[in-house]
Design a protein around this ligand. Sequence first.
Ligand code: CTP
Ligand code: MG
Length: 405
Amino acid sequence: MTLLPVPDIAIIVVAAGSGTRLEAGAPKALVGIDAHSILRHALDGVFAADAAQVVVVAPAGYEGDALAELEAAAGDRRDLGRVVTGGATRQQSVAAGLAALWGDVTTVLVHDAARALTPPTQIDAVAQSVVPGEGVIPVLPVIDTLKKVAGGAVVSAVDRSELAAAQTPQGFPRAELEAAYTAALAGGIEYTDDAALFAAAGYRVRHIEGSARAFKITTPADLERARHLLAAPTPARPASIDLVGIPRVGVGTDVHAFGGDGNLWLAGLEWPGERPLSGHSDGDAVAHAIVDALLGAAGLGDIGEHFGTAHPEYAGAHADVFLARTRELLAESGFAIGNVSVQLQGNRPRFSARRREAEAVLSAVLGAPVSVTATTTDGLGFPGRGEGVAVTAIAAVVSDVSRIM
Ligand code: CTP
Ligand code: MG
């Protein structure tokens, strides 16, 4: 009989929450995404990563269900896994997991089962980044514009360049994490995540790049997103490794008529005093042409499919929302944006004075250079008669293999 070496890494998969916000009538981890539960998908990712002890923290009364999922995901690595019972808070659940670690373990990763589609590469990257005395967490940049609010009022803007959205797994040296948990228990303080608890004990936490697929399933809309991702056709991904690195291009056009009330929104900017364009959202034909060019380049369908009238949540949305979501859709399919060039045909607005501003706004939300040009049509056609505008966009994208599961 061959004795396999005992791993010095452990992953605690916390799955003991009730899933109040998901409102699925069962503990969240046991809710199905497709034929498999959230927990099963999370464990598939964990067992696809490098070998580690796996401690599943299950909701009280559901230990048997969790064990069945563990056995299904582990295959011939069943000996690495065990199930323990969780507590009333996430922190208590992690503490229950910590109590079940093998003696040889020196590095501990704490992972939310709710981040069911986390790529195994992210789990390995966190594990490999842990060093003595320091924790490490995966983060993503914050895309939305953030505001401080009080009551019904917007109090101030928040500089999002200083912020990052934390994901899991979060990795720590075992001895320091245990010391930090002991301190938190003694202080009776509940922290929002393990990194906060670890930092409160005086240790340093570093960050590495997270991934869009590691999002947390919290609401019914998140569950839909996970279902959509798992059901998504894969031809958009590179057909062979030879294609990796070769840019793919896409074209998008959009036309909107002037009409309606309020100010014009175009190229991500508000244009006070200019006639608005009519449309399902804010009529921003520049943004819409860019969305189609990007989706087309990645082979991910078109704007109608992702943002059309079947998606009332986008009614009235501005360019930043459309473009941020498009960037996310591409990232989820393993594409990075190379650049975008967009041209507007129309008499108004006069673009030259605000061209740089528009380019800055669009480039910031896409995380890639966007150039904007504008022209008139010599009085010809509907743009020449001032009835509306026509926009053409071209985008180049590249397969970003490091983000593909
Ligand atoms: N968790 C846990 N024990 C708890 C609470 C949460 O193990 N007492 C786990 C959840 O199972 C989840 C992760 O911590 O994998 C992140 O928590 P969250 O997304 O908030 O899940 P729930 O607490 O289940 O959801 P909700 O807050 O909507 O009730
Ligand atoms: Mg919770």
